[in-house]
Design a protein. Structure first.
Length: 519
């Protein structure tokens, strides 16, 4: 028999005397501040995420949580099975806490405060959550449910002028998951992966839709059927004024479909041989104009091989001022090897180039700035992958990966909207908003038929956080009072337009923009 580890639970000092009574007895612990008597209280009703109480009030006022739970197609037939509220609530708490794996659910299992506030019985185990969406073979109910509630978080905004940003991100995999295929993977070349094709509302970082596909399907042609279906299902007045994407989207098929629908587009082109020759023709011209951020630009027309017609392109260039890496052929292998750095000669002009293709008629400066604004989409991808669990919650089947991708997107949208109430006029990433608005030790007590929650935040800005969250709560309570006669959908429309009041004013809103707090 293998020898047991001397630090295993069966060999912990005093383990044989552990009883409910001894757990509550103080024990002496030596510290640099002297001897401290520590008492464990396993029966106390506490949570590490006390400020989430205000977020729950936001979900209740908006009606988002109740409809999301009620319409979830998850069904159990065993009388001992967990309720939908428990499974979805566990997912909500895990995603909010920044978890990336189902196993991390264990860290919130003992929360005895938030489950009650969400209408749950308790936080369920990782296995219960992992297996929840495994049952059944029909994907349609889950697809309709996740898409409907993802759309509910932003749909009133689609009647305003907006830009649709499109991109894809790679999720490396380390097992034998379905659709784990070797494809384009810049971070881990040769590693099997899945790809997330995602669409955003530009400037406000709201996720419109996400599709999970095999790792060798990073090209835009694999995402286009879903994109056109998403657009064609909506009335024309909800369409974006512009489609925007990187080099993978600047294809004939993509532009032809956009032109057929009379949709504006702005894409970057790959620097193929014909594109480079076009740049060479423009190099010596004197009519380059300022394009902002150190760039110069010039508009022209270009028709590449495979294009059905000539299209407007904007060629941008920026002078390089730094030292350049120099390479030379290796005598043995013939391959280019690094040989040092060379400073630019005085008067020598060396440029980097970018070529954009567009259906827009704006000036060069406007086109260049529109494409620079697309950097927001890259930031959103980084946040969703590294801070919201898109790189995790992996299962063997693609079906559950797709469901969880949209569930995370829904919760991300909810939290983004909530943080904009507390911290107006800007998007706050999870690395900042979680310590501010999520973390805080809270103890629940009951006395005289009244329940109280005492929150202690360890953040240096705890006072400012308290004032902000109390202001949000006051606003939500006032909103419920003055919109008592409205439906949940109408109330959500008012709430959403208030959250994005500054963005709506800048974009030229077609409807009334709430400018002040109710009352």
């Amino acid at each position: 028999m293998a020898e047991q580890n001397e630090l295993s639970p069966s060999h912990l000092p005093g383990e044989e005397e552990t009883t409910p009574t001894s757990l509550s007895s103080p024990s002496a612990v030596e510290t640099f501040g002297g001897k401290i008597f520590v008492r464990w209280d396993p029966e106390a009703k506490v949570t590490a995420f006390g400020p989430v109480t205000y977020f729950i009030e936001f979900l209740k006022t908006s009606g988002l949580w109740e409809s999301w739970v009620r319409e979830c197609p998850l069904q159990y037939h065993s009388p001992n099975a967990p309720r939908k509220e428990d499974i979805l609530g566990t997912l909500l708490l895990a995603v909010l806490a920044g978890h990336k794996r189902y196993a991390h659910v264990t860290t919130v299992r003992s929360d005895s405060v938030l489950p009650e506030l969400l209408g749950m019985e308790c936080v369920r185990s990782e296995d219960a959550v992992r297996r929840a969406f495994q049952q059944g073979q029909d994907d349609k109910p889950y697809t309709e449910w996740t898409r409907k509630h993802l759309a509910a978080s932003y749909e009133p905004l689609l009647n305003e002028p907006w830009i649709l940003d499109m991109d894809a991100t790679v999720k490396p995999l380390y097992g034998r998951q379905e659709a784990a295929v070797k494809g384009y993977n810049p971070q881990k070349p040769g590693r099997p992966s899945q790809v997330y094709h995602t669409y955003f509302i530009a400037a406000i970082r709201m996720v419109l839709e996400v599709e999970v596909q095999a790792g060798n399907q990073t090209a835009s042609k694999f995402a286009q059927p879903g994109l056109w279906q998403w657009l064609d299902e909506r009335p024309r007045e909800q369409w974006p004024r512009l489609l925007r994407g990187d080099v993978s989207w600047g294809t004939e098929r993509m532009m032809e479909e956009a032109e057929r629908r009379q949709l504006g587009y702005l894409f970057r082109l790959r620097k193929s041989g014909k594109v480079n020759r076009h740049i060479e023709k423009l190099w010596g011209r004197q009519d380059w104009v300022r394009a902002g951020a150190g760039w110069q630009g010039i508009a022209s027309e270009l028709q590449l091989t495979g294009w059905s017609r000539a299209r407007r392109v904007v060629v941008l260039r920026r002078r390089l001022r730094e030292a350049l890496a120099v390479s030379e052929p290796d005598a043995a292998t013939g391959q280019q090897v690094f040989s040092g750095m060379a400073e630019l000669c005085r008067g020598q002009e060396i440029y980097e180039y970018a070529v954009l293709v567009t259906s827009l008629t704006e000036e060069v400066l406007g086109i260049a700035q529109l494409y620079r604004d697309r950097a927001e989409a890259e930031n959103a991808f980084d946040e969703l992958k590294n801070q919201w669990g898109w790189t995790g919650f992996t299962t063997q089947d693609l079906r559950r990966c797709q469901i969880l991708a949209r569930v995370i997107a829904v919760i991300y949208n909810w939290w983004s909207l909530y943080t904009r109430l507390a911290i107006p006029n800007r998007h706050t990433e999870a690395t900042t908003s979680r310590p501010l608005l999520l973390h805080g030790i809270a103890r629940q007590t009951s006395h005289g038929n009244q329940t109280s929650l005492t929150i202690t935040s360890l953040h240096a800005q705890a006072s400012a956080v308290r004032r902000a969250l109390q202001a949000v709560s006051t606003w939500l309570q006032r909103l419920r009072e003055i919109t008592e006669q409205l439906t949940a959908k109408q109330r959500w429309n008012v709430l959403l337009r208030f959250i994005f009041r500054d963005w709506l004013q800048k974009s030229g809103s077609r409807g009334p923009v709430p400018a002040f707090l109710p009352g």
